[in-house]
Ligand binder design. Structure first.
Ligand code: BG6
Length: 303
């Protein structure tokens, strides 16, 4: 059962955590603190905004994103689970799994020192049985503070092993795609999804000037996104991730997608996703828990 705004009210914290939304868009949690704020939709458990003090938005959200409780929201941090991309055996199944189009349950909001912690879980839905006939469901914890920390945990409560892939599909807002530099992945071999070829480590930072869709294997830590136009460096620290995906659809693919907004909107975003992407799926024995943690922080950089 999805929670009504009245039911969610019991989690509110005066001047810190409140709820918005209606029956068409579903509810979202808004965290507002003196130094930073965040908005997380229960649909997809999807953050669409995190803004630390005096920074331009860190997350990119499309002007044409749909909030209709059905279409995946284009932007923010979609949670891809229990598969990433096309399902290997059923390409006709929803891209990136069932979690980003499910309304999650808010279990708790806590204030821990200066941070606000949101705990959500993915409920069992009858409509998912065809796609994921297991009881095991993930929980996600967002810690909103000077860093934005995401913890996606899956515990196998089934009596048999389960196998899944996943990603925190973070859309970062950038000043201009051609002026950014990503480092931290130069030692990782990658699969280029556009050619299907496995490539050796590039031994150089990543710059982007065309459609890019790459899965980096065994990424180093942390990954850094340098953006001289916004005078900032975003640091993506991660644990438990065996893959990192770098994606920008560029002009032609954006035009075919329908929810990217203005024709040049792709220039203002880049996805850097951490996860466990095929062939590095997670195989989890009964009773075990797998967790990926990604922490995003921003530093002003003079470049
Ligand atoms: C990326 C994939 O993670 O997500 C791309 O590597 C894909 O191949 C992109 O196009 C967006 O996927 P979707 O399903 O949100 O359009």
């Amino acid at each position: 059962m999805t929670q009504s705004l009245e039911e969610l009210e019991k989690f509110s914290i005066p001047r810190t955590a409140s709820f918005w939304g209606d029956d068409d868009t579903g509810a979202c949690i808004h965290v507002a603190k003196s130094r930073n704020s965040a908005t997380v939709y229960l649909f997809g458990a999807q953050p669409i905004m995190w803004q630390p003090d005096e920074q331009a938005d860190v997350l990119w959200i499309s002007d044409a994103a749909e909030f209709d409780l059905h279409t995946p929201i284009r932007g923010g941090i979609p949670v891809c689970w229990p598969w990433f991309g096309s399902h290997p055996a059923h390409p006709e199944w929803p891209s990136h799994g069932i979690a980003r189009t499910a309304t999650w349950t808010l279990d708790a909001i806590e204030r821990i020192e200066t941070d606000v912690v949101l705990r959500l879980s993915l409920p069992v839905r009858e409509s998912d049985a065809k796609f994921w006939p297991h009881l095991s469901r993930p929980t996600i914890t967002y810690t909103v503070g000077d860093t934005f920390c995401i913890e996606l945990a899956t515990t196998n409560i089934d009596p048999h092993p389960i196998c899944f892939s996943q990603a925190l599909h973070t859309y970062f807002s950038v000043s201009d795609i051609e002026s950014i530099r990503i480092d931290g992945l130069e030692k990782a071999p990658f699969t280029d999804k556009l050619t299907g070829r496995k490539e050796p480590p590039a031994d150089a930072p990543i710059t982007i000037a065309a459609e890019t869709d790459r899965i980096y294997h065994r990424p180093q830590e942390p990954i850094r996104l340098h953006d001289p136009g916004f005078s900032r460096t975003i640091t993506i620290a991660h644990k438990g991730a065996t893959s990192a995906v770098v994606w920008n659809p560029w002009s032609e693919k954006s035009a075919s997608m329908g929810d990217m907004g203005e024709p040049d909107a792709y220039r203002g975003m880049v996805c850097i996703e951490t996860g466990n992407v095929p062939p590095d799926d997670v195989i989890l024995a009964p009773g075990e828990t797998h967790t990926i943690t990604t922490s995003i922080s921003v530093a002003v950089a003079a470049e």
